[in-house]
Design a protein. Structure first.
Length: 446
């Protein structure tokens, strides 16, 4: 229950904005045609299967470091098992970049998630648009204020909400699938391949939005120290994956039946009488999405401190039974200030979407680089197994990265700037530590 209440909030709220972004990107460059819709839905389905399920749930979660997950846990694990100064430094550099991008993602996720939910008020009444920013700010202020209670207590409170949310995702999608059952053909990867073969330019543009459906994948791994791998896997296969697939298929079916629904396909799935309750439920779910990356940021900062990449910040353990459940006040309030600044600067979830994709794809690629080293150097996989299991993942992620690089001038600069600042802080602190240790050795002797 706790894992469901914290870990899956981010990826579970992606249906709120991902397909809406896909058909509005580059001033509606992706038109509503049968091939485009089937192709995009097929890409979504297979991204969830290949990257989230096969990569993170099956492979990356095998590589925990004393129960902790995340890219820095993987970095520490590899550095502890491999020798060679150059290789160890390369691993550390990859880990720092990935961690820095995760911190950038931790700024964007709360802002885009909560705003996308409260923007559902606009579907009910246009004049309610003025409530989006103040409402989002109030919700997030409360969330950051209750962090001291601990992720375990927060997770237990949020767990029932997320069960209702994922059931709601499925319930919203099923009627549209029943009305247009041919949308189930999009489960076949042939439609994704056909989309790329026949319309490579449109497919390339669409990839910048498709990646939004897998945001939160790294948070699944980073939060492993809070709840453990087994509960996360059980929740994913038992409820989360199926609900997400049904909702995306339902949105695709509705868009084909009513192309005008692309202005907000998620909320348009619901009948008019249910939209206000759905906005309330979606807001609660996006608060949980924010919790997923906030708790992941605590874990990441704690691991960075143990690697000597950050100064020793105050760490409060919030559970007597789970060592990984921690609260870092400095990280909490820095995130809050950053999130508030982003909301005031971008003012809508659609504007933030361009910034989001680059942070996500950068994390995906850096994690896959470390996973490849783990597979070849530690697990001793033969080359054919790497070719079959990791190369398809890497190929898909590089496509996502290439597509999102084009978004640098449209907001992609934001996570790059944030990540660069964090990398400078980490390298400065690490260099300073080495300098101090060297001077102490000179003064005190060996």
């Amino acid at each position: 229950m706790g894992a469901l209440g914290v870990v899956f909030g981010d990826i579970g709220t992606s249906p709120l904005y991902s397909l809406q972004t896909a058909f509005s990107v580059n001033h509606n460059e992706v038109r509503v045609t049968e091939l485009n819709v089937y192709g995009i839905i097929s890409l979504v389905v297979w991204s969830l299967i290949i990257i989230v399920t096969l990569k993170y749930i099956v492979l990356v979660m095998r590589a925990d470091n004393e129960g902790e997950g995340g890219i820095l846990a993987l970095t520490a694990l590899l550095r502890g098992k491999l020798t060679g100064t150059r290789l160890r430094n390369t691993i550390l550099a990859i880990g720092m970049v990935g961690a820095a991008l995760f911190f950038g993602d931790s700024l964007i996720t709360p802002a885009i998630s909560v705003m996308s939910a409260i923007e559902g008020l606009q579907v009910v009444r246009r004049d309610l648009r003025v409530l989006v920013l103040p409402g989002s700010a109030l919700v997030l202020a409360i969330l950051f204020a209750v962090q001291r209670s601990g992720t375990g207590k927060v997770g237990r409170a949020f767990g029932p909400v997320m069960i209702v949310w994922f059931i709601c995702l499925a319930v919203l999608g099923i009627p549209q699938i029943v009305q247009r059952p041919t949308i189930l053909l999009a489960l076949s990867p042939t439609y994704a391949i056909q989309f790329w073969v026949e319309r490579p330019g449109i497919a390339f543009v669409a990839m910048t939005a498709v990646v939004l459906t897998i945001t939160g994948a790294e948070a699944l791994n980073a939060d492993m120290g809070h709840f453990g791998a087994r509960p996360i896997r059980k929740a994913w296969f038992g409820l989360v994956l199926g609900s997400l697939l049904i909702n995306y298929l339902g949105q695709g079916a509705m868009i084909l039946s009513d192309p005008h629904s692309i202005d907000n396909p998620f909320f348009n799935l619901a009948p008019a009488w249910a939209r206000i309750p759905l906005v309330v439920l979606a807001t609660m779910a996006t608060v949980i999405a924010s919790q997923a990356v906030i708790s992941g940021a605590y874990s990441m900062a704690h691991q960075a401190m143990r690697l000597g990449l950050l100064p020793n910040l105050r760490v409060e353990h919030t559970s007597n039974s789970e060592f990984g459940q921690i609260y870092l006040p400095a990280v909490n309030w820095l995130l809050f200030v950053g999130v508030a600044a982003l909301m005031l600067g971008f003012r809508s979830s659609t504007a933030l979407a361009s910034a989001y994709g680059l942070a996500v794809t950068g994390m995906l690629v850096t994690t896959t680089g470390l996973l490849t080293l783990m597979a070849t150097r530690i697990w001793r996989w033969p080359w054919w197994r790497v070719l079959v299991r990791i190369v398809p993942i890497a190929a898909l992620e590089l496509l996502f990265l290439a597509a999102n690089v084009t978004k640098i001038v449209h907001g992609g600069w934001l996570p790059l700037t944030a990540a660069s600042i964090i990398v400078v802080v980490m390298t400065t602190w690490l260099s300073g530590n080495y300098y101090v240790l060297g001077r102490r050795a000179e003064i005190e002797g060996p």
